[in-house]
Ligand binder design. Structure first.
Ligand code: ZN
Length: 227
């Protein structure tokens, strides 16, 4: 059963790429759910969608990559059709439908993750990603768009409000990847290094897990708490 009290506000029926959608909007009242863990750190990645400080990993869907070849082939086959013709319309509808499928898969993955985080943890700590800096790198930009980092942050924000948990956003200059989560030693961590090996205390730990633990531990030092 849904732990939230809700009240139906409105219903909207819309049509997208030939399919009908019924959307209902609700008014929510926050109800605090019992929390499994007090504080959880979340490291968002490109290879994996998210690594949590308790060791859980959420794999990314890579929805675009899976359907991209299919999409570009459909667009290529459609290039000589007369714009507005029946065949052109039919093909456009198919392309739109594939786009929608990709968007839905992505949204669904993010919803599962953000609901899980907000519902089961008293405080969720994430990093304020330097998205504009990362977008300058085209390869990264595509991955970021694919992972939906903006959407992740947005969903987590309102869900933390729903479930009565706190969202803490750590400044992007916080060295979550470079710091040893055991002893605090700081070293450079180029992107290709997947394991953090600490020369000071001997800790050897997955790079993303190390970062998520640092985020969890950063709660005392943080800026910009919202939610
Ligand atoms: Zn160390």
């Amino acid at each position: 059963m849904n732990p939230l009290k809700q009240q139906l506000k409105s219903r909207t029926i819309s049509r997208q790429a030939g399919d009908w959608y019924l959307s209902c909007s609700y008014e929510w009242n926050t109800i605090t759910t019992p929390k499994k863990t007090d504080v959880i750190g979340v490291d968002l990645g490109l290879k994996t969608l998210a690594t949590l400080s308790d060791g859980q990993v959420f794999e990314s869907v890579k929805s675009y990559q899976r359907f991209e070849a299919k999409l570009s082939r459909m667009q290529y086959l459609n290039r000589h059709k007369e714009i507005g013709s029946a065949n052109w319309k039919k093909a456009q509808l198919k392309i739109a439908s594939l786009h929608r499928k990709v968007a839905n898969i992505r949204k669904d993955t993010l919803h599962k993750l953000t609901t899980y985080l907000a519902k089961n943890h008293g405080t969720v700590v994430i990093e304020d990603l330097n998205v504009s800096g990362m977008l300058a790198n085209h390869k990264l930009a595509k991955s970021i768009a694919d992972q939906g980092f903006y959407e992740f942050r947005r969903q987590l924000g309102y869900k933390c409000q729903w479930y009565g948990s706190q969202l803490v956003v750590v400044d992007r200059f916080f060295p979550s990847s470079k710091t040893c989560s055991n002893c605090g030693h700081i070293q450079d961590m180029p992107l290709n290094l997947r394991t953090y090996d600490c020369p000071e205390c001997g800790l050897s730990i997955d790079r993303d897990l190390n970062a998520s633990i640092n985020l969890r531990n950063a709660v005392g030092l943080t800026v910009n708490a919202c939610g």
